[in-house]
Design a protein around this ligand. Structure first.
Ligand SMILES: [Zn+2]
Length: 274
């Protein structure tokens, strides 16, 4: 028990620092900037931050959410991402106090960064996506089995993407043809047949990571849960956000199923077989 608490406290500290690095990833990688150089500076006044301005969570609290040089407010997103990193590491390591858990927690941290990038840009950088997948395979107890499940899920998800894309495109084609029939002059405005993407390409490595971490049964349940959450949110926010990013749902479901493993798979068994 003491060993577990000791590792969890270390995990919280490491997680907060990783969260600090995630802020850098989220802001720089989509813009194609280096994550190592230059060191962090205030986006308002450009002054380079000292090390004591850059302590995860603590600096934001001591500076009362303002830049030490110009006094401009610093977004609450920075400490929230640091807190997310700490929470991911703390929960994952507490659940399973081992060295592998630090690798898994790092993988989840990268997925959290991907989720936030996806929310903003509706696309994610492959560099982070593939790194996350690599971490989940490397952190698995049986690497060959994890690799096999990752490939299975990547393939299954690609097939699903083609199938759903085909269905959505077909539906769209019928809709456009109907409109052209009513008003033939619209023909030059539409691309027929249309090519509608229903699921993003960036979802495939995440699906592979789900397979690697959770295995087939719990992995399928995580995908199911992600779809359920996404449908629920899209019904609530349809008009505001017609193109809902899927990675936040995949990441959240993956985390929930991983942390509550037997509890959620038992629930699935219960729902399927009574
Ligand atoms: Zn400033």
């Amino acid at each position: 028990m003491e060993y577990r608490l000791f590792l969890t406290v270390i995990a919280l500290f490491i997680g907060a620092s990783i969260g600090s690095f995630l802020n850098v990833l989220i802001h720089r990688v989509p813009l194609g900037e280096s994550v190592m150089y230059p060191p962090s500076s205030c986006p308002q006044c450009g002054n380079r931050l000292r090390w004591y301005h850059n302590l995860p969570l603590l600096s934001w609290i001591f500076l009362k959410g303002r830049c030490a040089f110009c006094g401009e407010p610093i977004s609450i997103r920075y400490p929230l991402v640091e807190l997310t990193g700490a929470a991911i590491f703390g929960i994952v390591v507490y659940k399973n106090p081992s060295a592998d858990s630090f690798v898994i927690a790092l993988g989840f941290s990268l997925i959290a960064a991907l989720a936030l990038i996806d929310l903003k840009y509706k696309a994610v950088p492959d560099s982070i996506n593939i790194s996350a997948l690599f971490l989940f395979i490397a952190g698995a107890p049986h690497i060959m089995e994890a690799l096999q499940n990752a490939l299975l899920f990547a393939g299954g998800f690609s097939l699903l993407r083609i199938t759903v894309g085909f269905y959505v495109s077909l539906k769209e084609e019928f809709r456009l043809k109907k409109r052209v029939k009513e008003a033939p002059w619209l023909k030059s405005y539409f691309k027929i047949p249309p090519n509608v993407e229903a699921l993003g390409e960036g979802d495939i490595p995440i699906a592979a990571a789900i397979g690697a971490l959770l295995g087939i049964k719990a992995g399928v349940f995580a995908l199911f849960l992600a779809a359920l959450l996404a449908i629920f949110v899209s019904i609530l926010s349809r008009k505001k956000n017609p193109e809902l990013p899927f990675i936040p749902f995949l990441g959240l479901s993956m985390f929930i199923v991983y942390i509550f493993d037997e509890n959620v798979t038992n629930l699935l068994e219960y729902l399927l077989h009574g």
